[in-house]
Design a protein around this ligand. Structure first.
Ligand SMILES: Nc1nc2c(c(=O)[nH]1)N[C@H]1C(S)=C(S)[C@@H](COP(=O)(O)O)O[C@H]1N2
Ligand SMILES: [Mo]
Length: 392
């Protein structure tokens, strides 16, 4: 990253931490994230910002439109040469301690295009409303990541037979300012940690990671709630039990075991951890609100993804879901990447129309047309995306 970006980041981070005087954001004021000026900022204490659907049109998500979701305050000073990653826990054969240079030298380097979607993407649509960042559609992206496979590092430390889960530690600090409190420490079952689409990354889209996306090191665990992809990564524990770090329990990243009526209170014991994210798609071209001439066909394209599954089919509707047409769907570049869809629609009538997209995964599970299962924290909204067109 450029020195300017770094300095601006530190300045912003200081502001967030309340340590420095400077232009304060007040309600309604425009604030933008350094290096990501087009993102829609939901909150700057801590920083949370999302893309608009049409900004996500490129096959590989550019860094400047890749969303940011922070639970705490990012580290103010990062020294890449001194950075250490520790692999420990009850279920490793030997603890190891690695520099970024060690990571680069000891293991096969890979570049993989991997999808990260926040578990709360789409939360704004929940009714009754639920607290938390009011994400609409853009807390998702699929950049290219550079690093090593998580599996190679874990196997180097040696994974014992009784390993159940991994849990990460990061260098960000708790919003309360208490230094030994982690803002978040989550993880995944060992099988997912050893999968092809789980990596430790030091780079994104040909550069270092952006400071807000975890520079200098992060986990990327594709297709699961973004909260398992630990940023500013300093440690990974291989656990002999389900990881119990902050935001693994209670209502965090958990949904009711059984469907509940909207607005119902649920006991923590009746909640389960979210695993792979459900099938979803996003129309990235055209932008909603388009004016379109009736005699021309309209090109429509976007991306579809389905957690640990492949998407098998994408359909479009221009009559509010009464009739659907299949469109072309490409294979992912690698396991863990989203899939491009593209097709054309023709309008028989002028006037207000909507284009709806629906993806169906390899098990035959499709997206719901309306908000699925209400849950207390507003996770897993994979309802169909719709855009408006004015046909003239
Ligand atoms: N250390 C740390 N890792 C973290 C977080 C965080 O606040 N701290 N946020 C998580 C959440 S909730 C999401 S959705 C993803 C978002 O990654 P991004 O900000 O790079 O888009 O990072 C995850 N990793
Ligand atoms: Mo998230």
């Amino acid at each position: 990253m450029s020195e300017l970006t770094r300095r601006e980041f530190v300045r912003q981070a200081l502001l967030v931490a309340g340590f420095a005087a400077g232009p304060q954001s007040t309600y309604g004021a425009t604030v933008t994230l350094p290096g990501k000026p087009k993102l829609r900022v939901l909150n700057d204490r801590p920083w949370n910002a999302e893309a608009l659907p049409h900004q996500l049109d490129p096959e590989v998500t550019p860094t400047e439109v890749f969303f940011v979701r922070n639970n705490g305050i990012p580290p103010l000073r990062v020294n890449v040469n001194d950075w250490r990653l520790r692999i420990d826990g009850e279920s490793v054969q030997r603890e190891i301690d690695l520099s970024i240079r060690d990571l680069k030298r000891r293991y096969d380097q890979v570049s993989l295009q991997l999808l990260i979607e926040c578990g709360g993407n789409g939360r704004a649509e929940f009714n009754p409303p639920v607290p938390g960042n009011q994400w609409t559609l853009g807390a998702v992206g699929c950049p290219m990541f550079h690093g090593v496979r998580l599996r190679d590092v874990l196997e180097d430390a040696g994974v014992k037979q009784d390993a159940v889960y991994i849990g990460f530690r990061g260098a960000d600090t708790h919003l309360s300012g208490v230094s030994d409190l982690l803002p978040i420490s989550r993880g995944v079952p060992i099988a997912k940690a050893l999968a092809d689409d789980a990596m430790i990354a030091w780079g994104m889209n040909g550069n270092d990671l952006h400071p807000m996306n975890g520079h200098p090191l992060r986990l990327v665990i594709a297709g699961w709630p973004g909260s398992v992809s630990g940023k500013w990564l300093t440690g990974i524990s291989v656990r002999n039990q389900v990881h119990d770090g902050p935001k693994m329990g209670g209502k965090s990243y958990r949904v009711p075991r059984q469907p509940i009526a909207p607005g119902t209170t649920v006991a923590d014991d009746d909640m389960k951890i979210i695993e792979a994210m459900p099938v979803k798609s996003l129309i990235t071209y055209p932008e909603t609100g388009l004016r379109h001439r009736k005699e021309n066909e309209l090109q429509v394209r976007g991306h579809a993804w389905a957690g640990d599954r492949l998407v098998k089919r994408v359909q479009l509707s221009i009559d509010f879901g009464q009739r659907w047409q299949d469109v072309t769907l490409e294979a992912p570049r690698n396991s863990g990447a989203w899939q491009r869809f593209s097709g054309t629609v023709n309008f028989a009538q002028s006037g207000y129309h909507e284009v709806w997209a629906k993806a169906i995964d390899e098990k035959g599970v499709g997206q719901p047309m309306v908000l699925p299962g209400w849950n207390p924290k507003g996770y897993l909204n994979n309802a169909c995306h719709r855009i408006a067109t004015h046909v003239v």
